[in-house]
Design a binder for this molecule. Structure first.
Ligand code: SIN
Length: 484
């Protein structure tokens, strides 16, 4: 079944209207599985972005004044509509992004879960009454929406990352301008179709596909935009943060990762292999929480690597819409080139290819699930975010060595620890320099928990009861009771 036409939009969504770029430009969106064109979408520029900011600013007073229960009811309706359309939304997502349909369904369900979660959180934005320093004073703390928010979302999760940002912002009473990744705007636009159907007022959410730099700069340079939320590379995050200084915006950055996946000798090996498969090969290795370095205790290194290689080799590589597909194509040719170069460098420096190692016979951007042993710290893939289906295995001998190796990177997003010794797992989990640790768990992203990193992986948290705070300012009222 192809997605119904009503869900495929070729125009931007600004001020409650579907519209083209002011200069009429369009960009072809292609299916990474075969390079075919899906459709052309409006490709907006700086002037369009300014117009969208104006719409969001105009819509702000009425939206933030709505009772929280009304904003919550809208988000709930939206979540329900997303769930009702899970099949066509998942198919659209697979077509523009490439991931297997089963993963796309899970992503759409996750997007709905973010909308539903923040529908509930909208009603729990409590303030405080703080004991005052004098008998005739009262100290009140209010939480108020930050204002207009700019969101920039990535291509690897074209629906869930949109919902993870939009839901808390709207719940808090903010309005938004969202720029989806140029490769994958269709899922964001389809979500907007359903938001409209759920009763979204004009201007509250604006989706502007288009040119990354001019649009990004317009959003950041605008004083009307009070908050930027970005998911993407560390290099771009740094530039956005530096440029945000001029308008002193609040910023949250969910940036790159280099997740260590530590397997101790006392781990349940079957569970560790399954966890590694899930963590490494989900979305063809194109997630920022993917296991990037598998650190395996020396005494089980050979057994673990043999089992992992057998499981990786058995993964079904096929177009995402093909029945049984477990690994789709990479997003584009430059992703393939990067992965290939990292493998060549590693092999040159002594890594052994246990399985995979090159392009897949399907051609295009399909790549073989790859397991490399004897990886070492001098290889480029030890420091780089691989963003592809390549699992390099490193050896360690002691717990301290494992933690030191794990932390020997500027990144600090996710880490994974496999051990049947709960004391050790907790000790290591507490020690690791990162924002999230999976303990005997290979995939931990959920709407109920705070997602985010430290160090070069950025700051700010998404999801959970903390996620809405990113879109709220504290205001303190000092009240003199004796004043007339
Ligand atoms: C990512 O941001 O790349 C990972 C998102 C997720 O695991 O939900």
């Amino acid at each position: 079944m192809t997605p119904p036409d009503t869900l495929i939009r070729r125009q931007a969504f600004v001020g409650g209207l579907w519209c083209d770029a002011l200069d009429g430009r369009r960009l072809a969106i292609t299916d990474p599985a075969d390079g075919s064109e899906i459709c052309e979408v409006a490709h907006l520029s700086r002037e369009d972005a300014k117009r969208a900011i104006g719409c969001a600013a105009e819509a702000l007073p009425a939206w933030r004044a709505r009772p929280a229960a009304e904003r919550a009811a809208f988000l709930r309706r939206w979540a329900d509509l997303v769930l009702e359309s899970i099949e066509p939304l998942a198919k659209l997502l697979t077509r523009e992004q490439g991931k297997p349909l089963a993963e796309a369904r899970a992503e759409i369900a996750q997007a709905a879960a973010f909308l539903g979660w923040f529908a509930e959180e909208a009603r729990r934005v409590y303030g405080d009454l703080i004991p005052a320093p004098r008998a005739d004073r009262r100290t009140l703390v209010l939480k108020q929406p930050v204002g207009v928010v700019a969101a920039i979302t990535p291509w690897n999760f074209p629906a869930a990352m949109v919902a993870r940002k939009v839901a808390p912002a709207l719940a808090a009473g903010c309005t938004l301008v969202l720029k989806p990744a140029p490769q994958t705007p269709l899922s964001a636009l389809a979500l907007a179709v359903l938001a409209e159907a759920a009763g979204l007022p004009p201007g509250v959410l604006n989706i502007i596909p288009g040119e990354a730099e001019p649009i990004g700069n317009a959003l950041i340079d605008s004083h009307a935009v009070r908050k930027l939320t970005f998911t993407g590379s560390t290099a771009v995050g740094r530039q956005l943060l530096a440029r945000s200084a001029a308008t002193l915006k609040r910023v949250s950055l969910e940036l790159g990762g280099n997740a260590p996946f530590i397997v101790f000798a006392d781990a349940d090996l079957d569970a560790a292999v399954e966890g590694a498969i899930e963590s490494k090969f989900r979305n063809s290795g194109q997630t920022c929480v993917c296991a990037n370095r598998l650190l395996v205790e020396d005494s089980i290194y050979d057994a673990f690597s043999a089992r992992l290689a057998a499981r990786a080799k058995a993964l079904v590589v096929a177009p995402g819409l093909a029945p049984g597909s477990q690994q789709g194509p990479l997003i584009d040719q430059s992703a393939v080139d990067k992965v290939e170069a990292l493998i060549a460098d590693a092999v040159d420096k002594g890594a052994r290819v246990l399985t995979g190692g090159g392009r897949h016979v399907l051609g295009g951007t399909f790549f073989q699930p790859t397991v490399l042993t004897e990886a070492t710290a001098d290889m480029q893939l030890c420091q780089a975010e691989i963003f592809g289906p390549v699992a390099p295995l490193y050896r360690f001998h002691t717990e301290n060595e494992a933690v030191a190796l794990a932390d020997a990177t500027p990144f600090g997003l996710a880490s994974y620890v496999y051990s049947s010794d709960l004391g050790r797992a907790l000790r290591v989990g507490e020690a690791l320099q990162c924002g999230m640790v999976g303990i005997n768990v290979g995939a931990m992203s959920t709407e109920t928990a705070p997602f985010g990193g430290v160090k070069d992986s950025g700051f700010g948290r998404e999801g959970s009861m903390y996620g809405i705070d990113e879109y709220l300012d504290l205001k303190y009222l000092s009240l003199d009771l004796s004043a007339r």
